[in-house]
Design a protein around this ligand. Structure first.
Ligand code: HEM
Ligand SMILES: *[C@@H]1O[C@H](CO)[C@@H](O)[C@H](O)[C@H]1NC(C)=O
Length: 489
């Protein structure tokens, strides 16, 4: 009796799941959905990129896969991505709200915030505040120059030797954002920043791995003591650290004379009072963690890619140096505006960003209303994955889609040209708000280093491997480069 009831229950359960995971009429096509597991077995977790390329060939620019019983729609190609993120901006500007990462971030911060008032106010605040660090001694540019001194010193200590640039670039990207947020820098062995970074690295790994996929697909496992629980502990640790920093700021700040981002936020809190606005100290915690996270790996992985290509394409490196020498002749200081006289350097930076493909699938979006794309109907609340790599190497937009070649951004006269398909920062209302900062960092760091040093591939390092390591952000495999002083070269 009991056994047959159980059996009946199982059959009903299975049937419900089966119905739930079938594509509705006019939903974007994709591989056949298995009950419960969805298409999990259609993609390898190690590096799903290859499997997806095959799916696009079969199903077109808009296709769907099921992660458990949850559908996700992958959109490819400039035309389709623009149609969604720019032309149907509001419909596609949401973020999924019922994933592992949402629980882990306690539904605050900016990156994962859903389309709405809290996100809008915090985004506006970030853009405004980052822009207002514009001039003077505390300007963004000065903060970046200050941090560059430390990498110059690291490289000075490596002259005549080979060195692995990974830690150095990670450090500089992290410290620039710390200068902006907290007005301080941290030595790499500082316990604050080490714990902060360790927690985030661990969490990013877990959030991107099979345990998180399990969590997202099967709500009933969420309360089990599985490895994903570690993430919640890490978040608590980070919050405690951030709170201590805020307490210190409150003790030393002068209202309306902000030294950094945290001070600006505290001023804003004073101004708004607690009248139901979305600003709060709780928000601030996740907000600064989001900004640090968003600004560190992205920038440092882009720098790593840039220098991997510069060391292995010596003629391109030399051409950059010629331009730098000509434009900066007799000048001791470099400034961001010098970029307007450096078309070749600009082209190299853009090309490095294009091939670096740092955030290949952007950050997942979600539809905020029932909508339509390329003739398919997409219900409200569907996860949308914009495939940025499909645009950054889409054959019809690039002269040399599959190689590292600055000519992609130069015309016959050697002038720098913008290309529509250059969307490493994504597009639409969710476009990366750190774009201005990131561009300034890339330019000032690359030009300063190329002006002073010559970088080469060590003779005993074998063939360079350009195939990146797959993750939320792509990063080159660890490599070493030989450092020489240019004056002597
Ligand atoms: C080369 C460096 C960088 C790249 C390639 C990059 C790329 C991206 C991409 C692709 C997105 C997702 C956009 C979308 O959802 O469609 C994003 C979002 C974001 N980025 Fe960046 N980023 C970089 C640097 C930075 C920096 C330095 C900051 C810090 C100020 C930053 C802050 C953010 C934030 C806060 C978001 C979330 C925006 C939102 O959800 O409204 N990024 N970035
Ligand atoms: C995105 O596009 C690239 C290049 O076209 C492809 O290799 C990759 O598999 C695609 N990824 C997804 C998730 O569709």
């Amino acid at each position: 009796m009991f056994a047959s009831l159980l059996l009946l229950w199982l059959v009903v359960f299975f049937f419900v799941i089966l119905l739930k995971s079938q594509r509705s009429k006019n939903f974007p096509p994709g591989p056949t959905v298995l009950p419960i597991v969805g298409n999990i077995f259609h993609v390898s977790l190690e590096n799903p990129l290859k499997d997806f390329a095959r799916l696009r060939k079969n199903y077109g620019d808009v296709f769907s896969i099921y992660l458990g019983s949850r559908p996700a729609i992958i959109i490819n190609g400039l035309q389709t991505i623009k149609e969604a993120l720019v032309n149907k901006a509001v419909e596609f500007a949401g973020r999924p709200q019922d994933l592992f990462i949402n629980d882990a971030s306690e539904r605050s911060g900016i990156i994962l915030a859903d389309y709405g008032n809290c996100w809008r106010e915090h985004r506006r605040f970030a853009l405004m505040t980052l822009r207002n660090f514009g001039l003077g001694k505390n300007s963004m540019e000065e903060r970046i120059h200050g941090e560059i001194q430390y990498i110059v010193k690291t490289l000075d200590d490596s002259i005549g030797k080979t060195m692995s640039p990974q830690l150095m670039f990670h450090n500089v990207a992290s410290n620039i954002i710390c200068q902006v947020l907290f007005g301080t820098r941290y030595e790499y062995d500082d316990p604050f920043i080490r714990t902060f970074i360790r927690c985030f690295t661990e969490n990013a790994k877990l959030a991107n791995g099979p345990w998180a996929m399990l969590y997202d697909s099967f709500p009933f496992v969420r309360y089990l003591p599985l490895p994903f629980r570690k993430v919640f502990g890490n978040v608590k640790t980070c919050k405690k650290l951030a709170k201590a920093v805020f307490a210190e700021h409150k003790k030393t700040r002068v209202p309306r004379e902000p030294r950094d981002f945290v001070d600006c936020y505290l001023d804003e809190l004073d101004k708004r009072g607690d009248d139901g606005s979305s600003f709060s100290e709780e928000q601030l915690t996740m907000y600064v963690m989001d900004l640090h996270f968003a600004g560190t790996d992205t920038t440092s992985n882009t720098l790593l890619t840039a220098f991997l290509y510069l060391t292995t394409y010596p003629h391109i490196q030399e051409q950059c140096q010629q331009e730098i020498d000509t434009v900066l002749e007799g000048k001791s200081e470099l400034c961001f505006n010098d970029r307007n006289q450096m078309p070749y350097m600009q082209a190299v930076i853009h090309e490095a960003q294009r091939v670096a493909n740092t955030v290949p699938l952007s950050v997942f979006h979600c539809t905020t209303a029932n909508t339509e794309l390329n003739g398919y109907s997409i219900p409200k609340g569907t996860m949308i994955i914009p495939n940025l790599s499909s645009v950054l190497n889409e054959e019809k937009h690039w002269k040399f889609p599959h190689e590292f070649n600055p000519e992609n951004f130069l015309n016959e006269k050697g002038e720098f040209v913008k290309v529509d398909a250059f969307i490493p920062f994504s597009a639409g209302p969710r476009v990366c708000p750190g774009e201005g900062l990131a561009r300034m960092e890339l330019f000032l760091i690359m030009v300063t280093l190329l002006r002073k040093f010559k970088f080469s591939w060590p003779e005993d390092a074998g063939e360079p491997d350009y195939e990146p390591i797959y993750g939320v952000t792509l990063t080159p495999k660890p490599y070493r480069m030989k450092v020489q002083l240019r004056a002597a070269a």
